[in-house]
Ligand binder design. Structure first.
Ligand code: HEM
Ligand code: HEM
Length: 184
């Protein structure tokens, strides 16, 4: 499989970003939902630190993914109505927006709450703002709402991919699956 996207198929790098980040997002959401209900303990703080490190990794990957994508061609869409092509592009833009907004709102929440921030005990990251109780509530709401939006939009996006594969029987899903092989 070529590293770069071709006229009909996504390249290996885009596919690796797509499916690798999906796995990390599922992990980040699962840890996020689990950790908030834990009773206060050193274990809870460790789980929070893991969640933040995974989230910061996703933010870094989002930057790299966007830069890569800006230098890539978009494979020609399988034949489909123009509105579907426009809807797919708009969805991709929204998903990119959320890949940035969710970790940034988490970072903002962490800063406004006055908590320290480290990436896997390796790098200390600065606070984005000074401690601010009102902003803390706002950023926390934005973080949760962003995740909800991501889940809903991803579900529609995945359903559309399955519809293309099983009903329209076109190459849309095959061109993104993490498997080598023909995607015409
Ligand atoms: C794409 C990356 C991320 C995803 C998918 C994600 C997801 C989540 C989820 C599902 C929750 C639980 C929300 C709830 O209980 O309503 C949560 C909470 C939280 N997240 Fe993230 N998060 C991400 C990145 C980050 C980052 C980078 C930070 C900090 C730097 C962070 C800090 C937090 C904190 C502190 C909470 C707990 C809020 C509370 O205790 O009320 N998150 N996150
Ligand atoms: C099981 C879940 C998913 C499936 C089956 C799926 C499937 C696909 C397929 C088939 C494409 C190619 C669409 C086309 O050529 O027009 C695509 C592209 C894309 N998907 Fe997904 N996807 C899933 C989850 C996600 C999630 C959670 C995100 C966001 C974090 C995402 C972000 C994107 C983006 C941004 C593109 C455009 C290509 C790129 O720049 O990477 N997808 N997806």
């Amino acid at each position: 499989m070529p590293l770069r996207s071709t006229a009909t198929s996504w390249g290996a790098v885009t596919r690796l970003f797509h499916w690798g980040m999906l796995l990390l997002i599922i992990g980040g959401i699962s840890v996020g939902l689990y950790m908030t209900d834990l009773p206060m303990s050193p274990q809870k703080l460790r789980v929070y630190a893991l969640h933040k490190s995974v989230g910061l990794t996703l933010l870094g990957l989002a930057v790299l993914r966007l830069l890569w994508r800006l230098g890539e061609r978009r494979p020609a869409a399988a034949p489909m109505p123009a509105w579907q092509e426009r809807a797919a592009s708009a969805t991709h833009v929204l998903l990119y927006g959320l890949m940035f907004a969710i970790p940034l709102s988490g970072w903002l929440f962490n800063s406004a709450a006055g908590f320290p921030l480290q990436w896997f005990h390796l790098v200390n990251l600065p606070a984005l703002v000074a401690a601010d109780p009102a902003l803390k509530v706002l950023a926390r709401t934005a973080h949760g709402f962003g995740v909800l939006l991501l889940v809903v939009i991803s579900a529609v996006h995945a359903a559309a991919a399955l519809k293309h594969h099983f009903i329209d029987r076109d190459r849309t899903l095959r061109a993104m699956l993490p498997l080598p092989g023909d995607s015409k």
